[in-house]
Design a protein around this ligand. Structure first.
Ligand SMILES: Cc1cc2nc3c(=O)[nH]c(=O)nc-3n(C[C@H](O)[C@H](O)[C@H](O)COP(=O)(O)OP(=O)(O)OC[C@H]3O[C@@H](n4cnc5c(N)ncnc54)[C@H](O)[C@@H]3O)c2cc1C
Length: 312
Protein backbone atom coordinates (compact mmCIF):
# COMPACT_ATOMS: atom_id res chain seq x y z
CA UNK A 1 0.00 0.00 0.00
CA UNK A 2 1.89 3.02 -1.29
CA UNK A 3 -0.61 5.28 -3.07
CA UNK A 4 -3.29 4.60 -0.41
CA UNK A 5 -0.94 5.41 2.49
CA UNK A 6 -2.78 7.76 4.82
CA UNK A 7 -0.15 10.52 4.70
CA UNK A 8 1.01 12.50 1.68
CA UNK A 9 4.34 13.74 3.02
CA UNK A 10 7.12 12.70 5.39
CA UNK A 11 9.60 9.85 5.46
CA UNK A 12 7.07 6.97 5.47
CA UNK A 13 5.35 8.38 2.43
CA UNK A 14 8.62 8.93 0.52
CA UNK A 15 9.90 5.42 1.32
CA UNK A 16 6.67 3.83 0.07
CA UNK A 17 6.70 5.80 -3.15
CA UNK A 18 10.37 4.94 -3.71
CA UNK A 19 9.65 1.25 -3.04
CA UNK A 20 6.84 1.29 -5.57
CA UNK A 21 9.22 2.60 -8.23
CA UNK A 22 12.06 0.27 -7.26
CA UNK A 23 9.80 -2.79 -7.28
CA UNK A 24 8.94 -1.96 -10.87
CA UNK A 25 12.63 -1.54 -11.81
CA UNK A 26 13.70 -4.70 -9.97
CA UNK A 27 10.93 -6.64 -11.61
CA UNK A 28 12.26 -5.60 -15.03
CA UNK A 29 15.83 -6.58 -14.08
CA UNK A 30 14.70 -9.96 -12.74
CA UNK A 31 12.58 -10.47 -15.82
CA UNK A 32 15.55 -9.69 -18.11
CA UNK A 33 17.48 -12.42 -16.22
CA UNK A 34 14.65 -14.88 -16.88
CA UNK A 35 13.40 -14.85 -13.27
CA UNK A 36 9.72 -14.61 -12.48
CA UNK A 37 8.74 -12.11 -9.76
CA UNK A 38 5.08 -11.32 -10.32
CA UNK A 39 3.19 -8.40 -8.80
CA UNK A 40 -0.59 -8.39 -8.79
CA UNK A 41 -1.49 -4.72 -9.25
CA UNK A 42 -4.82 -3.35 -8.04
CA UNK A 43 -6.24 -3.04 -4.53
CA UNK A 44 -9.71 -2.28 -3.18
CA UNK A 45 -10.19 -0.59 0.20
CA UNK A 46 -13.76 -1.03 1.47
CA UNK A 47 -15.39 1.53 3.78
CA UNK A 48 -17.09 -0.11 6.76
CA UNK A 49 -18.21 3.19 8.32
CA UNK A 50 -18.94 6.81 7.45
CA UNK A 51 -15.58 7.84 8.96
CA UNK A 52 -13.74 5.38 6.80
CA UNK A 53 -15.58 6.55 3.70
CA UNK A 54 -14.60 10.10 4.56
CA UNK A 55 -10.96 9.04 4.93
CA UNK A 56 -11.02 7.29 1.55
CA UNK A 57 -12.64 10.35 -0.02
CA UNK A 58 -9.90 12.56 1.44
CA UNK A 59 -7.27 10.22 -0.02
CA UNK A 60 -8.84 10.50 -3.45
CA UNK A 61 -9.14 14.31 -3.34
CA UNK A 62 -5.82 14.99 -1.58
CA UNK A 63 -2.47 15.56 -3.28
CA UNK A 64 -1.75 12.66 -5.64
CA UNK A 65 1.70 11.31 -6.44
CA UNK A 66 2.50 11.31 -10.17
CA UNK A 67 1.01 8.25 -11.83
CA UNK A 68 -1.37 7.28 -9.00
CA UNK A 69 -4.73 6.01 -10.22
CA UNK A 70 -7.29 6.20 -7.43
CA UNK A 71 -11.00 5.82 -8.02
CA UNK A 72 -13.85 6.16 -5.52
CA UNK A 73 -16.54 3.53 -5.87
CA UNK A 74 -20.12 3.94 -4.69
CA UNK A 75 -21.76 1.14 -2.69
CA UNK A 76 -24.12 0.50 -5.63
CA UNK A 77 -21.19 0.05 -8.06
CA UNK A 78 -19.63 -2.48 -5.69
CA UNK A 79 -22.86 -4.45 -5.45
CA UNK A 80 -23.16 -4.33 -9.22
CA UNK A 81 -19.69 -5.88 -9.50
CA UNK A 82 -20.85 -8.61 -7.14
CA UNK A 83 -23.94 -9.17 -9.32
CA UNK A 84 -21.69 -9.36 -12.41
CA UNK A 85 -19.49 -11.85 -10.52
CA UNK A 86 -16.44 -9.60 -10.76
CA UNK A 87 -16.30 -9.70 -6.96
CA UNK A 88 -17.53 -12.31 -4.49
CA UNK A 89 -20.22 -11.30 -1.96
CA UNK A 90 -18.63 -8.60 0.20
CA UNK A 91 -18.08 -8.53 3.96
CA UNK A 92 -20.61 -6.53 6.00
CA UNK A 93 -22.32 -3.73 4.13
CA UNK A 94 -19.64 -1.48 2.64
CA UNK A 95 -20.61 2.17 2.23
CA UNK A 96 -18.24 2.54 -0.71
CA UNK A 97 -14.66 1.83 -1.65
CA UNK A 98 -11.42 3.16 -3.07
CA UNK A 99 -9.74 1.38 -5.94
CA UNK A 100 -5.98 1.89 -6.38
CA UNK A 101 -4.55 0.59 -9.64
CA UNK A 102 -0.83 0.76 -8.70
CA UNK A 103 -1.00 -0.81 -5.24
CA UNK A 104 -1.39 -4.55 -4.87
CA UNK A 105 0.28 -7.68 -3.61
CA UNK A 106 3.24 -9.94 -4.22
CA UNK A 107 4.38 -13.27 -2.84
CA UNK A 108 7.39 -12.44 -0.62
CA UNK A 109 8.74 -16.01 -0.76
CA UNK A 110 8.81 -16.01 -4.56
CA UNK A 111 10.41 -12.55 -4.60
CA UNK A 112 13.07 -13.40 -1.99
CA UNK A 113 14.02 -16.49 -3.97
CA UNK A 114 14.28 -14.52 -7.23
CA UNK A 115 16.34 -11.76 -5.57
CA UNK A 116 18.65 -14.27 -3.88
CA UNK A 117 19.21 -16.19 -7.12
CA UNK A 118 19.97 -12.95 -8.94
CA UNK A 119 22.38 -11.77 -6.23
CA UNK A 120 24.16 -15.16 -6.14
CA UNK A 121 24.59 -15.01 -9.93
CA UNK A 122 26.13 -11.54 -9.42
CA UNK A 123 28.71 -12.61 -6.83
CA UNK A 124 26.87 -12.68 -3.50
CA UNK A 125 28.49 -15.03 -1.00
CA UNK A 126 26.22 -16.45 1.65
CA UNK A 127 26.87 -18.02 5.02
CA UNK A 128 24.22 -19.62 7.17
CA UNK A 129 26.19 -19.09 10.39
CA UNK A 130 24.77 -17.02 13.25
CA UNK A 131 26.68 -13.82 14.01
CA UNK A 132 27.55 -13.76 17.70
CA UNK A 133 29.36 -10.44 18.09
CA UNK A 134 30.30 -7.41 16.05
CA UNK A 135 33.78 -6.08 16.80
CA UNK A 136 35.25 -2.89 15.39
CA UNK A 137 38.90 -3.31 14.47
CA UNK A 138 40.43 -0.11 13.13
CA UNK A 139 38.33 0.96 10.13
CA UNK A 140 37.03 -2.60 9.64
CA UNK A 141 34.60 -4.99 11.30
CA UNK A 142 35.26 -8.49 12.57
CA UNK A 143 32.20 -10.71 13.01
CA UNK A 144 32.45 -13.70 15.32
CA UNK A 145 30.38 -16.52 13.85
CA UNK A 146 28.72 -19.50 15.53
CA UNK A 147 30.98 -21.74 13.45
CA UNK A 148 33.93 -20.23 15.41
CA UNK A 149 35.07 -18.62 12.18
CA UNK A 150 35.47 -14.88 11.74
CA UNK A 151 34.31 -12.65 8.97
CA UNK A 152 36.25 -9.48 8.13
CA UNK A 153 34.43 -6.74 6.31
CA UNK A 154 34.45 -3.02 5.49
CA UNK A 155 30.76 -2.47 6.20
CA UNK A 156 28.08 -4.20 8.25
CA UNK A 157 24.40 -3.79 7.39
CA UNK A 158 22.52 -5.07 10.40
CA UNK A 159 19.08 -6.41 9.40
CA UNK A 160 18.57 -9.20 11.93
CA UNK A 161 15.04 -8.20 12.97
CA UNK A 162 14.53 -8.21 16.75
CA UNK A 163 17.98 -9.75 17.19
CA UNK A 164 19.60 -6.56 15.85
CA UNK A 165 19.21 -4.97 19.28
CA UNK A 166 21.11 -7.84 20.94
CA UNK A 167 24.08 -7.40 18.59
CA UNK A 168 24.05 -3.62 19.14
CA UNK A 169 23.81 -4.16 22.88
CA UNK A 170 27.15 -5.99 22.67
CA UNK A 171 28.63 -2.69 21.39
CA UNK A 172 27.10 -0.73 24.26
CA UNK A 173 24.37 0.72 22.01
CA UNK A 174 20.64 0.85 22.74
CA UNK A 175 18.13 0.62 19.89
CA UNK A 176 15.18 -1.02 21.65
CA UNK A 177 12.52 -2.85 19.65
CA UNK A 178 9.49 -4.77 20.90
CA UNK A 179 7.83 -7.83 19.37
CA UNK A 180 4.33 -7.53 17.93
CA UNK A 181 2.98 -10.94 16.92
CA UNK A 182 0.87 -11.58 13.85
CA UNK A 183 -1.14 -14.59 12.71
CA UNK A 184 -2.42 -15.23 9.21
CA UNK A 185 -4.36 -17.94 7.38
CA UNK A 186 -4.48 -19.55 3.99
CA UNK A 187 -7.89 -20.88 3.01
CA UNK A 188 -9.29 -22.93 0.17
CA UNK A 189 -12.51 -21.49 -1.17
CA UNK A 190 -15.28 -23.75 -2.39
CA UNK A 191 -15.69 -23.49 -6.17
CA UNK A 192 -17.60 -20.32 -6.99
CA UNK A 193 -18.07 -18.33 -10.11
CA UNK A 194 -16.70 -14.85 -9.37
CA UNK A 195 -13.68 -13.65 -11.30
CA UNK A 196 -12.12 -12.03 -8.22
CA UNK A 197 -8.41 -11.19 -8.71
CA UNK A 198 -7.40 -8.26 -6.51
CA UNK A 199 -6.90 -7.95 -2.76
CA UNK A 200 -9.50 -6.14 -0.72
CA UNK A 201 -9.20 -4.65 2.73
CA UNK A 202 -12.02 -4.71 5.28
CA UNK A 203 -11.49 -3.02 8.69
CA UNK A 204 -7.71 -3.35 8.25
CA UNK A 205 -7.92 -7.09 7.44
CA UNK A 206 -6.53 -8.12 4.07
CA UNK A 207 -8.30 -10.65 1.84
CA UNK A 208 -5.90 -11.69 -0.88
CA UNK A 209 -7.12 -14.03 -3.64
CA UNK A 210 -4.49 -16.56 -4.71
CA UNK A 211 -4.31 -19.00 -7.62
CA UNK A 212 -6.44 -22.14 -7.46
CA UNK A 213 -9.26 -20.57 -5.42
CA UNK A 214 -7.01 -20.00 -2.43
CA UNK A 215 -7.07 -16.98 -0.16
CA UNK A 216 -4.65 -15.34 2.23
CA UNK A 217 -6.29 -13.72 5.20
CA UNK A 218 -4.25 -11.57 7.55
CA UNK A 219 -3.10 -10.47 9.86
CA UNK A 220 -3.71 -10.14 13.59
CA UNK A 221 -1.78 -7.51 15.57
CA UNK A 222 -0.92 -8.81 19.06
CA UNK A 223 1.47 -7.26 21.54
CA UNK A 224 4.31 -9.52 22.68
CA UNK A 225 5.44 -12.98 21.64
CA UNK A 226 2.39 -15.04 22.66
CA UNK A 227 -0.44 -15.42 20.15
CA UNK A 228 -4.10 -15.85 21.00
CA UNK A 229 -6.51 -18.35 19.39
CA UNK A 230 -9.44 -15.95 19.87
CA UNK A 231 -7.68 -13.29 17.80
CA UNK A 232 -7.24 -15.79 14.98
CA UNK A 233 -10.90 -16.78 15.17
CA UNK A 234 -11.91 -13.10 15.05
CA UNK A 235 -9.81 -12.73 11.91
CA UNK A 236 -11.34 -15.87 10.41
CA UNK A 237 -14.80 -14.37 10.98
CA UNK A 238 -13.78 -10.83 9.93
CA UNK A 239 -14.94 -9.65 13.33
CA UNK A 240 -18.47 -10.93 12.62
CA UNK A 241 -18.65 -9.58 9.05
CA UNK A 242 -17.50 -12.65 7.09
CA UNK A 243 -19.71 -13.54 4.13
CA UNK A 244 -20.95 -17.15 3.83
CA UNK A 245 -18.34 -18.18 1.26
CA UNK A 246 -15.55 -17.16 3.66
CA UNK A 247 -17.07 -19.05 6.60
CA UNK A 248 -17.37 -22.10 4.32
CA UNK A 249 -13.74 -21.92 3.17
CA UNK A 250 -11.38 -24.53 4.57
CA UNK A 251 -8.29 -23.46 6.50
CA UNK A 252 -5.32 -25.17 4.85
CA UNK A 253 -2.44 -23.32 6.46
CA UNK A 254 -1.80 -20.96 9.32
CA UNK A 255 1.35 -19.15 10.25
CA UNK A 256 2.62 -16.59 12.68
CA UNK A 257 5.58 -14.33 13.12
CA UNK A 258 6.92 -11.46 15.16
CA UNK A 259 7.23 -7.97 13.82
CA UNK A 260 9.98 -5.74 15.24
CA UNK A 261 8.55 -2.39 16.35
CA UNK A 262 10.98 0.34 17.46
CA UNK A 263 10.34 1.70 20.96
CA UNK A 264 9.80 5.49 21.03
CA UNK A 265 10.96 5.86 17.45
CA UNK A 266 9.08 5.70 14.18
CA UNK A 267 9.45 2.55 12.07
CA UNK A 268 11.65 1.67 10.27
CA UNK A 269 15.10 2.19 11.80
CA UNK A 270 17.44 3.35 9.06
CA UNK A 271 20.45 4.55 11.01
CA UNK A 272 24.25 4.59 11.19
CA UNK A 273 24.98 3.85 14.88
CA UNK A 274 28.76 3.72 14.29
CA UNK A 275 30.98 4.40 11.27
CA UNK A 276 30.45 1.70 8.62
CA UNK A 277 27.70 0.05 10.63
CA UNK A 278 24.19 0.48 9.25
CA UNK A 279 21.04 -0.52 11.09
CA UNK A 280 18.21 -1.48 8.71
CA UNK A 281 15.52 -2.98 10.90
CA UNK A 282 12.37 -2.31 12.94
CA UNK A 283 10.04 -2.31 9.94
CA UNK A 284 7.10 -3.36 12.09
CA UNK A 285 4.20 -4.15 9.70
CA UNK A 286 5.85 -2.94 6.50
CA UNK A 287 9.11 -4.80 5.95
CA UNK A 288 8.02 -6.19 2.61
CA UNK A 289 6.67 -2.99 1.15
CA UNK A 290 9.59 -0.91 2.50
CA UNK A 291 12.30 -3.47 1.68
CA UNK A 292 13.39 -1.96 -1.64
CA UNK A 293 13.62 1.64 -0.35
CA UNK A 294 15.49 0.43 2.77
CA UNK A 295 18.02 -1.44 0.65
CA UNK A 296 18.46 1.64 -1.53
CA UNK A 297 19.06 3.77 1.58
CA UNK A 298 21.82 1.40 2.76
CA UNK A 299 23.43 1.31 -0.69
CA UNK A 300 23.38 5.14 -0.84
CA UNK A 301 25.11 5.48 2.55
CA UNK A 302 27.88 3.10 1.52
CA UNK A 303 28.35 4.74 -1.89
CA UNK A 304 28.42 8.22 -0.36
CA UNK A 305 31.14 7.40 2.19
CA UNK A 306 33.18 5.30 -0.26
CA UNK A 307 33.07 8.08 -2.89
CA UNK A 308 34.14 10.69 -0.31
CA UNK A 309 37.06 8.48 0.78
CA UNK A 310 38.08 7.81 -2.85
CA UNK A 311 37.94 11.57 -3.62
CA UNK A 312 40.01 12.69 -0.59
C1 LIG B 1 1.67 -12.14 10.08
C2 LIG B 1 2.52 -11.06 9.46
C3 LIG B 1 2.03 -10.40 8.34
C4 LIG B 1 2.79 -9.41 7.74
N1 LIG B 1 2.29 -8.77 6.62
C5 LIG B 1 3.03 -7.83 6.00
C6 LIG B 1 2.56 -7.19 4.83
O1 LIG B 1 1.46 -7.46 4.35
N2 LIG B 1 3.36 -6.27 4.23
C7 LIG B 1 4.58 -5.93 4.74
O2 LIG B 1 5.24 -5.09 4.16
N3 LIG B 1 5.05 -6.51 5.86
C8 LIG B 1 4.31 -7.45 6.51
N4 LIG B 1 4.77 -8.03 7.66
C9 LIG B 1 6.04 -7.55 8.24
C10 LIG B 1 7.23 -8.14 7.55
O3 LIG B 1 7.10 -9.54 7.49
C11 LIG B 1 8.50 -7.75 8.32
O4 LIG B 1 8.56 -6.34 8.45
C12 LIG B 1 9.74 -8.24 7.60
O5 LIG B 1 9.74 -9.64 7.48
C13 LIG B 1 11.00 -7.81 8.36
O6 LIG B 1 12.08 -8.29 7.63
P1 LIG B 1 13.55 -8.25 8.21
O7 LIG B 1 14.41 -8.90 7.18
O8 LIG B 1 13.88 -6.87 8.69
O9 LIG B 1 13.49 -9.13 9.54
P2 LIG B 1 13.20 -10.67 9.69
O10 LIG B 1 12.23 -11.14 8.67
O11 LIG B 1 12.88 -10.85 11.14
O12 LIG B 1 14.58 -11.38 9.35
C14 LIG B 1 15.68 -11.28 10.21
C15 LIG B 1 16.69 -12.33 9.77
O13 LIG B 1 17.87 -12.16 10.51
C16 LIG B 1 18.33 -13.45 10.90
N5 LIG B 1 19.14 -13.32 12.12
C17 LIG B 1 18.72 -12.94 13.35
N6 LIG B 1 19.76 -12.92 14.21
C18 LIG B 1 20.86 -13.27 13.51
C19 LIG B 1 22.25 -13.43 13.85
N7 LIG B 1 22.70 -13.19 15.08
N8 LIG B 1 23.09 -13.83 12.86
C20 LIG B 1 22.66 -14.06 11.61
N9 LIG B 1 21.36 -13.90 11.22
C21 LIG B 1 20.48 -13.52 12.17
C22 LIG B 1 17.05 -14.27 11.13
O14 LIG B 1 17.35 -15.64 11.03
C23 LIG B 1 16.19 -13.76 9.97
O15 LIG B 1 16.44 -14.50 8.82
C24 LIG B 1 4.05 -9.05 8.28
C25 LIG B 1 4.54 -9.72 9.40
C26 LIG B 1 3.78 -10.71 9.98
C27 LIG B 1 4.33 -11.42 11.19
Amino acid sequence: MADVFQRRSGRGWRLRQQSLQLLHQWQEILHSEGRAAPVQRGLLLLASSAEELERLTRLKHGRQPPGAQLELMAAESLQQMVALQQLPPLPGEPLGGLWSARDGQLDPIVWMQALQDSALANGLQRSRAVVQTLNPQGPRWVLELSTTEQLNCDWVVLCAGLESQTLLHGLGLQWPMEPVSGQALELQRRPERSDWQHPMVWRGMNLVPRPGGRLWLGATVESGTVTNGDELEQLRQLQGDAPGWLLDAEVIQRWQGQRARPVDRPAPLLEQPLPRLLLVSGHYRNGIVLGPASAAWAADQITMVNSAVAGS
